[in-house]
Design a protein around this ligand. Structure first.
Ligand SMILES: C[S@@+](CC[C@H](N)C(=O)[O-])C[C@H]1O[C@@H](n2cnc3c(N)ncnc32)[C@H](O)[C@@H]1O
Length: 244
């Protein structure tokens, strides 16, 4: 997809962008109404806007929305920013209003993930696509244990943590928990990809010093993204679903 960032950032986002290619890439049909819920400072929203789609970011943070506005102006692209959150979303954008909903890094911090997904299902038009990016639990347990934080790793094993107890980075999901939640919201799961299987384990210095290492790492991430055996090793899961 166009506008792929170079360097370390691309190793983190390359597989997500490829997953979105059929939905938002230049080869996809006409320009779409895209909602980026919890879109923050607009890193993703501006890139999607540059592809010619009509993008609205809804986020509770006025500071993030101000940064989004600056970023959009710098890139000379129109992205609408509206203050709100998942609990008020239907009042802000209305039902059946989006062809594509991006919800990246947000399901970890909402109070009620099931209610949040039901809301997103209502915002989508029939046939519309949900792109969900969430933190994956098993990799986080291993990372805590490897860092010697054994009690944290133990606490993290439990599913269904209240968000307040889940720590600074919020809840984490397994593949089965995530697909069940999305299915219960009335959406049909199409794909789940493993994101950042190796990237967070590789020292930054190796990528900086070894010529071609970043590109080779991206190739490796692509190669394992749709292999189910790598899902439990992934830092994040990227799920695409549609409203029937
Ligand atoms: C980790 S950031 C992710 C930002 C962006 N989506 C990304 O992937 O880079 C989480 C974002 O969710 C927003 N947020 C927090 N609680 C929310 C809620 N209840 N509903 C919608 N957005 C929320 C925050 O303001 C923040 O911008």
């Amino acid at each position: 997809m166009a506008n792929e960032p170079a360097g370390r950032g691309s190793t983190r986002t390359a597989v997500v962008w490829s997953g979105l290619e059929p939905v938002l890439g230049r080869g996809s049909a006409e320009s779409r109404d895209v909602l980026d819920i919890g879109g923050g400072t607009g890193g993703l929203a501006v890139r999607v806007g540059l592809l010619g789609h009509r993008v609205t970011v809804v986020d509770p943070s006025p500071d993030a929305l101000a940064a989004l506005d600056r970023r959009a102006r710098e890139h000379d692209v129109r992205v609408a920013g509206r203050q709100g959150d998942l609990s008020s979303l239907l009042d802000v954008v209305g039902p059946d209003s989006a062809d594509v909903v991006l919800c990246h890094g947000v399901l970890e911090v909402v109070d009620d993930p099931a209610a949040a997904l039901a809301t997103l299902a209502r915002v989508l038009r029939p046939g519309g696509v949900l792109s969900l990016l969430v933190a994956q639990r098993h990799a986080a347990v291993v990372a805590r244990a490897m860092a010697g934080h054994f009690q944290q790793a133990l606490a993290m094993l439990a599913p269904e943590q209240p968000v307040a107890a889940a720590g600074r980075t919020g809840r984490r999901y397994t593949h089965d928990e995530l697909t069940a939640l999305v299915g219960d919201a009335g959406l049909t799961v199409d794909t789940v990809h493993a994101i950042r299987v190796f990237t967070d384990l590789v020292p930054g210095s190796l990528l900086d010093l070894e010529p071609g290492a970043s590109a080779a790492l991206v190739e490796l991430e692509h190669a394992v993204a749709d292999r189910p055996e790598y899902l439990p090793l992934a830092t994040q899961l990227h799920l695409l679903a549609h409203r029937p």
